[in-house]
Design a protein around this ligand. Structure first.
Ligand code: 13P
Length: 341
């Protein structure tokens, strides 16, 4: 393992004022997102959509990296440039989703376990050759009646650690993503408890398998009440609960924590990140973003699969990325949203 190189990539990923765009939706997920706004999920539409995002002028000012899907890392822009190269030309590091999705867990109703370890060493080598410098693996934890169970927590944490070890060996920085889902009517306290349990178990497993934390990135959920919960927490409550949970669970050797948006609105995702960075100075790790929905919702809708909308869509995408860039230092204000108009 070349730890120095991994550490350098991880540091670049959490550069000041920047975060990640997760554009690694699987076939099923992109189809769902496209259909919701009336776009047909064809290979060409998926390619043109990602080209639209990646060629946004100066988007590298706010994005340090983009997480790609297997199909996308192999696709080209309309001028023939491979899409990972398009990113590099914008000063953006290409990354790749390497898991094969969260599947129903055997003998554990209502729970999922992430697959994709078979053949992973070879896939890591191929992706690195294609320009990827970091990878992502997402584990999913659901809160409900009697769940999560210990067996689901441990199985997912173990898979994350095996994935992370293979990535480090092959020269990719692993993004470790244990996501406690926002779906459900659970309280913020229940989310705190499940998140703390999953994070502590994950770091235990990473240690067991020899993963060097200085060459990793964590991508967790924020600690937040369930989407259907009768009581919704304030921005400050989410920021406080999240940072307190992370301080109790994430070793200081981790260079950066890059949150997922997980179904929060665009505005919420920006406000929460901003509040954390404003309320807490001198944390042991950088607090940043790695959003899919909270960065793409508006541009996808505006683009609508039509070439004539590219400019409009790029404008709102640039604006959203800029707002989250400001949230990296706690300097975002709602007044800044007016710039988009
Ligand atoms: P969301 O920001 O839409 O949660 O997606 C982030 C991600 O990459 C989930 O794996």
């Amino acid at each position: 393992m070349n730890l120095q190189e991994l550490e350098k990539i991880a540091q670049e990923m959490v550069a000041p004022g920047k975060g990640l765009l997760a554009a690694d939706e699987s076939f099923g997920t992109i189809e769902k997102r496209f259909n919701a706004v009336g776009i047909e999920s064809t290979e060409e539409n998926r390619r043109a959509y990602r080209e639209m995002l990646f060629t946004t002028r100066n988007i590298g000012d706010f994005l340090s990296g983009v997480i790609l899907f297997d199909e996308t890392i192999r696709q080209k822009a309309s001028d023939g440039t491979p899409l990972p190269k398009v990113l590099e030309e914008q000063g953006i590091i290409p990354g790749i989703k390497v898991d094969k999705g969260a599947k129903d867990m055997a003998l554990s109703p209502g729970e999922k376990v992430t697959e994709g370890l078979d053949g992973l060493r070879e896939r890591v080598a191929e992706y690195r050759e294609m320009g990827a410098r970091f990878a992502k693996w997402r584990a999913v934890i659901t809160i409900g009646e009697g769940i999560p169970t210990r067996r689901c927590i441990v199985s997912n944490a173990h898979a994350l650690a095996r994935y992370a070890a293979l990535c480090q060996e092959g020269g990719l920085v692993p993004i470790v993503e244990p996501e406690v889902l926002i779906d459900g009517d659970h309280s913020i306290e229940q989310c705190y408890e499940a998140t703390e349990w999953m994070l502590k178990t994950t770091y235990d497993q990473l240690y067991e398998l020899g993963v060097e934390l200085t060459g990793t990135i964590l991508k967790p959920n924020m600690v937040i009440s369930g989407k259907q919960a009768p009581v919704q927490s304030s921005v400050e409550e989410v920021a406080q609960a999240t940072v307190e949970c992370l301080l109790r669970s994430v070793p200081a050797a981790v260079p950066g924590i890059m949150f997922l948006s997980g179904g929060q609105s665009d505005l919420q995702a920006t406000q929460h990140l901003n509040a954390m960075n404003k309320m807490y100075k001198n944390l042991p790790w950088e607090l940043s973003f790695s959003y899919a929905r909270a960065l793409q919702q508006q541009p996808m809708e505006l683009w609508g699969g039509k070439a004539e909308n590219v400019e409009k869509a790029q404008k709102v995408f640039y604006h959203r990325a800029k707002m989250n860039g400001a949230a990296r230092s706690g300097s975002y204000t709602e007044d800044m949203e007016k710039e988009a108009a």
